[in-house]
Design a protein around this ligand. Structure first.
Ligand SMILES: Cc1cc2nc3c(=O)[nH]c(=O)nc-3n(C[C@H](O)[C@H](O)[C@H](O)COP(=O)(O)OP(=O)(O)OC[C@H]3O[C@@H](n4cnc5c(N)ncnc54)[C@H](O)[C@@H]3O)c2cc1C
Length: 378
């Protein structure tokens, strides 16, 4: 990457989610960086609509980016949170078999976790599982001590501060509407909240726009379905809804993350129990395909309450309909479509352009090592 005085920045980063912010914080140490974000502030899309789990790297295909960056990102995220005063807790996670038939599947998860060199995961006895979570009818369980939770928005705030301190400039309310290559870099068109157009010139462009990433690649002339050295860039959208467990009898009833065994016929990890830093309990996320080009609708609704109650009762048999209230909704940007095998993260570099595609879970956990990889590419 060359620095050029006629340019507004060495690097323009599109998107102020956890990934774009981590990249900006990393690159601003050595380059002039401008971050363009269409919303009024950081973390308004996927980064603030997720489970906030610091994953340990259990399920991913061994050797994939999801696996390697999650394993690397887990201790890095804990260290970052400690150094920057970001709320987090190493609460630990239980993966539970709920009847005798599931114990073989639990062994398969353990084998995958061991192949992935997940630190500390181990089987525990039925008695130990019941001690840890008396309300959950586990028949066998795995315990992952290094899975935890983080205040996602606090984490994003800390990354934004670190990027600003290193000299990055932030242009909120600036939506990238067009991009073209010029002789030795890129010309970017952005529109502000009043509809005014701005043009920026940069040597390098990092597309960490989450759900907006394919549109920017299209503007640059890349075919979304790939070809001639271009990977598949098209993303599909998968909605994940949650229900809050509001019943007073469940206040502080669960103190670990509790996951059923993943069911291959379902995308995602199956509806599970997560906690936030206040100890509030919620069920989710579920999975449902959403129109690729449909506007994202973050409003919650009760349409799937019966399914959540059924899934929730497997983990907490005493749960009643009135214990549940519709919670947040998030949208996964996925490179794999319905029925297709799970795709890996895409990190693709072409002559100063870096494309981050399909940054679904564990993207929050992996954000710091992803940023390092982007810096290495440039
Ligand atoms: C339901 C759900 C649960 C999850 N749970 C976890 C979890 O527990 N742990 C974990 O590690 N990960 C989890 N994830 C994944 C994690 O949330 C994401 O990987 C991560 O937040 C992605 O961050 P990002 O910066 O890539 O995307 P985003 O946060 O979506 O940021 C992209 C930004 O780009 C901006 N943008 C888009 N287009 C443009 C444009 N044209 N011009 C300007 N700005 C633009 C958007 O406004 C947005 O702010 C979950 C995801 C979902 C959906």
């Amino acid at each position: 990457m060359t620095s050029n005085a006629a340019r507004d920045a060495d690097v323009v980063v599109v998107g102020a989610g956890a990934v774009g912010l981590a990249i900006a914080a990393q690159l601003a140490r050595t380059h002039s960086v401008v971050v363009l974000e269409r919303h009024e502030s950081y973390a308004r899309e996927t980064t603030s609509h997720n489970s906030g789990v610091i994953h340990a790297g259990i399920y991913y295909r061994t050797g994939s980016l999801k696996h390697r960056l999650c394993i690397e990102g887990n201790p890095m995220l804990y260290e970052w949170c400690e150094a920057h005063g970001v709320g987090h807790r190493r609460v630990g996670k239980l993966i539970v078999a709920l009847d005798g038939d599931e114990s073989g599947a639990l062994d398969a998860v353990l084998a995958q976790a061991q192949a992935n060199e997940v630190v500390g995961i181990h089987p525990i006895t039925l008695e130990a599982a019941r001690d840890l979570e008396p309300h959950v009818p586990a028949t066998a369980a795995l315990y992952s001590p290094n899975t935890g939770i983080v205040d996602q928005v606090g984490y994003a705030r800390s990354l934004e501060s670190a990027a600003r301190e290193a000299g990055a400039l932030f242009a909120y309310h600036h939506e990238v509407t067009g991009v073209a290559r010029d002789l030795d870099g890129f010309v970017i068109e952005a529109r502000d909240a009043d509809g005014h157009a701005t043009t920026l010139r940069t040597s390098a462009l990092v597309n960490s726009a989450g759900h907006g990433a394919p549109a920017i690649a299209t503007a640059l002339g890349y075919p979304l379905d790939g070809g001639e050295g271009v990977p598949m860039l098209r993303q599909h959208v998968n909605r994940g809804a949650y229900f809050d467990v509001v019943g007073a009898r469940f206040a502080r009833a669960v103190s670990h993350l509790v996951y059923p065994l993943p069911r291959p016929q379902l995308e995602g990890l199956g509806v599970h129990l997560t906690l936030d830093l206040d100890g509030a309990l919620r069920l989710g996320p579920d999975t449902a395909w959403w129109g690729d080009d449909a506007a994202l609708d973050y409003r919650s609704d009760a349409t799937r309450q019966a399914e959540f109650l059924a899934a929730g009762r497997r983990l907490l048999p005493e749960l009643e309909a009135e214990d549940l209230a519709p919670g947040q909704v998030g949208y996964r940007p996925k490179l794999s479509g319905p029925g297709e095998p799970e795709a890996d993260f895409l990190l693709w570099h072409d002559r100063g352009y870096v494309h981050l595609g399909g940054i679904e879970s564990p993207g929050l956990t992996a954000s710091l090592p992803l940023a390092r990889q982007v810096a290495a590419l440039l």
